[in-house]
Design a protein around this ligand. Sequence first.
Ligand SMILES: NC(=O)c1ccc[n+]([C@@H]2O[C@H](COP(=O)([O-])OP(=O)(O)OC[C@H]3O[C@@H](n4cnc5c(N)ncnc54)[C@H](OP(=O)(O)O)[C@@H]3O)[C@@H](O)[C@H]2O)c1
Length: 332
Amino acid sequence: MEFRHLGRSGLLVSEISYGNWITHGSQVEEEAATACVRAALDTGITTFDTADVYAGTKAEEVLGRALKGERREGLEIFTKVYWPTGPGRNDRGLSRKHIMESINGSLRRLQTDYVDLYQAHRYDYSTPLEETMEAFADIVHSGKAHYIGVSEWKASQIRQAHALARELRIPLVSNQPQYSMLWRVIEAEVIPTSEELGVGQIVWSPMAQGVLSGKYLPGQPPPAGSRATDEKSGAGFIASWLSEDVLTRVQRLKPLAEQAGLTMPQLAVAWVLQNPNVSSAIVGASRPEQVHDNVKAAGVKLDADLLKAIDEIVEPVTERDPAKTESPAQRP
Ligand SMILES: NC(=O)c1ccc[n+]([C@@H]2O[C@H](COP(=O)([O-])OP(=O)(O)OC[C@H]3O[C@@H](n4cnc5c(N)ncnc54)[C@H](OP(=O)(O)O)[C@@H]3O)[C@@H](O)[C@H]2O)c1
């Protein structure tokens, strides 16, 4: 495993981190979840990403149990707040009330006294940013979180929050956006602003939820046990990537991966890590073999000719519009 600084902070994170959205507490049973976390630890992953909302709060519990007994100082545990965690009108968003209640719930479920990074899962247009940042400052100053991050925030929002964080003397060090060969909307605005401010990207769905592994074949039903067959939750999320055009182009990447001596999942994960503003790629996994495959992307350098050849294949189906970095206009 290789390690990078989280933005311009002193915190080192594994280049590849393990995330448990959709899987833990939902798509996979506890045994498989624990086996994936074990595989992550065995392969040198030290950084784990979850959120209060995943699997209706069950994902944090599963991760907490799976990490129990590990040396806390050897781990970086990240969670998030914003999406609804209960039926109440205040069980969501970035109000002071919800942030304070949510961090306590997350710590209890994760069985830890602190998280290393606490992230605003989206921007909340119905709470003043000052209120949110002051609540985050109290959380950092009380020792419940060491660093603050955001997720899917626009460049202008990151800039405003970063200025407030400086005034409040707390470290806003990261943004968590979607980023892959097929989804490059952060490149035009979010990345240049983040580089200037010393904010690092912890990128999600680097494999486009499994699509860039090449296992979804055009014109054929999805493989058994894959996210696309998980009617409970995964199938709805992955659906937009399963067009014939995307799947056909992804198949054309296979010879490029072979020439580079990489598997398709490794090529996808290595691709996002070529960007120096990316601090870590968060990969998901439904089984331990996937973790063993994916971690081999750490430290891989892709040459300019290969990057150009990839661009030529995927460009027609790649999204680059910075306006696609969005948070709900109304609290969900
Ligand atoms: N901040 C946000 O708003 C946000 C949003 C989404 C995700 N995230 C974070 O990002 C993490 C990763 O997201 P993601 O799970 O969509 O990432 P991903 O790495 O793009 O997709 C992971 C899925 O791809 C399949 N896969 C993984 N490795 C494979 C391999 N070697 N061969 C074949 N298939 C493989 C597995 O699904 P199957 O085996 O089921 O096919 C796995 O669950 C989440 O857990 C979460 O922590 C954050």
